[in-house]
Design a protein around this ligand. Structure first.
Ligand SMILES: [Fe+2]
Ligand SMILES: [Fe+2]
Length: 294
């Protein structure tokens, strides 16, 4: 669990640029850095660290796309140099993730944190402040940057630009989500991903019974449920949810999902699977699929 809290990074005014969408992104990045540290010693350390690293890679790419759009529309003269620094940072974050994928034991949260903290926080404090004045003066640039959404690929964006009236994907802001997960770190990672996508109504249940209570009280549209939990596992939760008439779409998160496990879960009423370590992209695809089949 979270240890050595003093080494966590606190958000401060020193990091605030004054452009709300950028500050909001930077807050998420700082929160992801802190989550790397919190995974140290977790009973599912590899799965939690892997999930945070995935989110960090995805979120960094998205944030850089937003910042580059901002600078481009504002006509900021330092754009090319800033882009080069972003590519460099991306390469390094990807390198850590690849190393983790090859050999999870070669990467430790504490060691990664020092590196990322120096890099990311240093970049925000030193480089991002350089574009601030040029971009603050351009409302068009700020509006264009705000249109870049987390979870959208370049291909999605291009398709949208070509055909503006395409059926909207999921309306994240209107979605009621329940997370049934007993691991504290996963609770935080999942909430970070959900909030980044624009989900506002999130309830986290620490066990299956609490989850069933929330189904009855709040009738969520989507449930993200862990497979392995104390007292009531995800399978039993799904079974009871269906017995009680819940129509919610249920996505099961699991570190292992062979054919037999999948069959059992589908029979219990699960709609889709998400493998741990999770990625925002994986969640997005699963959620979009199950929600468009309502
Ligand atoms: Fe930034
Ligand atoms: Fe930047």
């Amino acid at each position: 669990m979270g240890n050595q809290g003093a080494r966590n990074i606190a958000w401060s005014k020193d990091l605030e640029i004054g452009i709300p969408v950028i500050d909001a992104d930077h807050k998420v990045l700082v929160s992801l850095l802190n989550q790397v540290f919190d995974t140290v010693g977790d009973n599912e350390e590899k799965a939690t660290l892997g999930s945070v690293l995935n989110s960090l890679v995805e979120y960094t790419e998205y944030h850089f796309a937003r910042e580059e759009k901002l600078q481009e529309v504002a006509g900021y003269s330092g754009l090319e140099a800033h882009k080069a620094r972003h590519r460099d940072l991306e390469r390094q974050v990807m390198e850590i993730r690849s190393r983790f994928e090859e050999d999870p034991d070669s990467v430790h949260g504490g060691e990664v944190l020092d590196f990322l903290r120096d890099w990311l926080v240093d970049h925000i404090e030193k480089r991002d402040f350089d574009y601030r004045d040029a971009c603050l003066a351009s409302p068009d640039a700020i509006a264009a940057a705000a249109r870049i959404r987390f979870g959208e690929s370049d291909a999605d964006r291009e398709a949208q630009e070509r055909e503006e009236a395409r059926a909207p994907a999921v309306d994240w802001a209107a979605l009621k989500v329940l997370v049934v997960e007993d691991n504290r770190n996963f609770q935080v990672i999942i909430q970070t991903i959900l909030k980044s996508l624009g989900v506002r109504d999130i309830h986290v249940a620490g066990n299956g019974q609490e989850g069933l209570d929330d189904l009855a009280e709040r009738a969520p549209d989507l449930v993200l449920c862990d497979w392995r939990m104390e007292t009531m596992d995800g399978l039993e939760f799904a079974r009871q949810a269906r017995e009680r008439g819940s129509q919610a779409r249920i996505i099961m998160m699991s570190g292992y999902s062979d054919g037999e496990v999948r069959e059992k879960a589908l029979a219990a009423g699960v709609d889709a699977f998400l493998e741990k370590p999770i990625t925002a992209r994986g969640f997005l695809d699963a959620a979009t699929k199950v929600l468009s089949h309502v």
